[in-house]
Structure formats: C-alpha cells, structure tokens
Ligand binder design. Structure first.
Ligand SMILES: Nc1nc2c(c(=O)[nH]1)N[C@H]1C(S)=C(S)[C@@H](COP(=O)(O)O)O[C@H]1N2
Ligand SMILES: [Mo]
Length: 322
C-alpha cells in the first residue's frame, strides 16, 4: 500500500530539525537560494553536518595478523564492505552508509552486568586499552545468501568474558546495541523491538573463534559497519554479529533476540550456517560473494565446522540452523 502522496511543502516527521538549523535555512532562502526549489534545499540542508570525531585508538592499527585464519578467497573489496551494509537502525536497504554517519562515538559507555563478580561501566577507549588487538581474516555469511571475506581487527570475546568474571549461574551472554532514535531513523519504527539484541551461550562466547571487532581493513571500524565495537561470529549467520554494542549481560536465561522476536519462524537463537537447512523463503545451498556474480557452495558452519561442531553435540533436538 502506498501512502497518500505528500505535497512538496509537507515534510515527513523525520525531517523535523532543531530550530537553529531551521533559522539558518530561512536566512539562506532569504539570501537568494529559493530559486533552487524547496525540496532540493531541504534535502541538502535538512541535517547539520556533525562535527568530526577523532578515531578511537588509531595507533593500534594495523594489528598483527593471526596466521591461523586465512581463507582461500581474497578479501572483499574494501569499498564494498563499506558501502553494502545491513544495519536496520539506519534503514532497511543496503545503502545506509550516509545515514549512519550521524552516530556519535563519544561518549560511548559500555556496561558489563548481570551475573558477574562485579558490574562494570567503562568508556569504550578504556575497555579497548585493556584488550590485545590482532587481525583475523574471516568468512562472513549473511542469511540473505551474500557473503564476504573480511580482515577484522579486534580481540577474542573470551577476553571480555574474563574481564567480566561471570558467576557460576551464568549460562548466556546477551549483547545489546545502542538506542538513540534521534540519530537512528530506523529506531522510530515502533514495530521493531529496539534496541537490537543478540545472544549466545557462554560456551560459544568463550570459543576461540568468537571475536569482537573494533576495526577492519587495518583501521578503526566505520559507523556503518558497527563502530565502535561489534560481534563477529563467523560460523553463524550475519545477523548474530550485532553492531555498535553498549551492553554485555551475563544471565541464566536464553536471551530473546531481536530477529527471533520479529520473525520467530525464520530466525532462531542458534542460527548456525547450514547449506542443508533452507530458509523458509529460499535455499541456503549457495552464496554470492560480494563483488562477484558467481555462486559458490555454502559450507556447514560456514567452513568452521572443525572448530565449532563439538559445541552442539547433545543439542540435536534444538533448532540449531535457523
Ligand atoms: N545492531 C545491528 N547489528 C546488526 C544488524 C542490524 O541491523 N543492527 N544487521 C546484522 C546483519 S543481518 C548482518 S548481515 C551484518 C552486516 O554487517 P556489515 O554491514 O558490517 O557487513 O550485521 C548484523 N548486525
Ligand atoms: Mo544479514
């Protein structure tokens, strides 16, 4: 269904700007810009450009590469990684790079709470300073059947678990993305259960492959890719790798994840990659590497089965693959 067509002088709610910006625009119009036409002007001046922010710990990049993780395919071209994104906070399409620039990375407070020895709240720079950085080139497989090969920089998630010191009853780690509808237009859509939440078992969170990325391609992450820190779980579908995290909670209950709440029969808790288990609306047998038109076979656990298959022994009754 299409909404009634808007008149040119009517703006959608999302374009409402602070008064200061609006006054400047009025002055601009008065001073002769009006001939360009209203819609164009609102498009160009609807948002104040945010002041630039210095990158976070730029001196830590590039980090030494872990030679255990070198996939057979070359990395995805960086410009594609930076411009073809999934980040519903900023829109449902793949072209959210521009919109995502509104995200402010300072202050960025990270909370570690729940069943831990001592709850922590610290600025992202303080957290990252305590972590050893390395580079890992991982395969990345989106549930929509496109894939990438990405040189991430960051640290094993296990290091963060060690810092948190979970108590005996903790069985799951729940992660939460930022919540700020002022900068993230997608979060004004009330039919989504914001903020974005993901979760994994503690056995998964402390597994050698579970990674927290703070950078990619040898420099700090850009906002559209989940700055300042995100998960990377290369054996699971991409939606498990939650972006722009502000909270890590240790709990005894399986977290209700964002996508499992939106479409429970399509996106479950485990979401391990498996070519034999189709999505209800498409096959998962093959994938399209970003930047190519060919389709290549998808592998169980995205090719990381030797590393992770043991995590799921005894769990065969669970819906492990979607
Ligand atoms: N907070 C948040 N994290 C998210 C998403 C999202 O919409 N919001 N999308 C997920 C999906 S479906 C994918 S495929 C990857 C995409 O990561 P990329 O854009 O860096 O390639 O981010 C994941 N993490
Ligand atoms: Mo995805």
């Amino acid at each position: 269904m299409r909404p009634i067509r808007r008149q040119p002088w009517q703006l959608p709610e999302t374009d409402v700007t602070p008064e200061a910006a609006w006054r400047d625009r009025r002055r601009f119009l008065r001073e002769g810009g009006a001939v360009l036409g209203m819609p164009l002007l609102f498009g160009l001046f609807g948002r104040e450009p945010p002041p630039p922010e210095p990158p976070i710990l730029p001196g830590r990049y590039p980090a030494p590469r872990d030679p255990r993780f070198v996939p057979e395919r070359p990395p995805t071209p960086e410009d594609l990684f930076l411009s073809y994104n999934n980040f519903y906070e900023f829109g449902t399409g793949k072209d959210i790079r521009g919109t995502a620039q509104a995200l402010r990375l300072r202050p960025w407070t990270v909370r570690i709470d729940g069943l831990v020895e001592r709850e922590l709240e610290l600025e992202v720079e303080d957290l990252l300073r305590r972590m050893p950085f390395e580079e890992r080139i991982y395969r990345f497989r989106c549930v929509e059947a496109w894939s990438a090969v990405v040189p991430w920089t960051g640290f094993p998630l296990r290091r963060l678990v060690e810092l948190a010191r979970p108590r005996a009853g903790a069985r799951y780690l729940r992660v939460e993305s930022f919540l700020d509808p002022e900068v993230a237009p997608g979060q004004k859509q009330p039919w989504y259960p914001w903020p974005y939440v993901e979760g994994l078992t503690l056995a998964e969170a402390t597994h050698e492959l579970a990674f927290v990325a703070t950078g990619a391609y040898g420099r700090p992450l850009e906002r559209q890719n989940g700055a300042p820190l995100r998960l990377v779980l290369p054996w699971k579908y991409g939606f498990k790798s939650a972006k722009s995290l502000v909270r890590f909670t240790f709990t005894d209950r399986r977290p209700r994840t964002f996508w499992s709440r939106v479409v429970p029969h399509e996106y479950g808790f485990w979401a391990n990659v498996n070519p034999e288990v189709p999505h209800p609306r498409w096959s998962q047998r093959t994938e399209r590497p970003l930047g190519s038109d060919e389709r290549i076979p998808t592998r169980p656990f995205n090719g990381y089965g030797e590393w992770v298959a043991h995590l799921y022994r005894g769990l065969e009754g669970e819906r492990l693959f979607m």
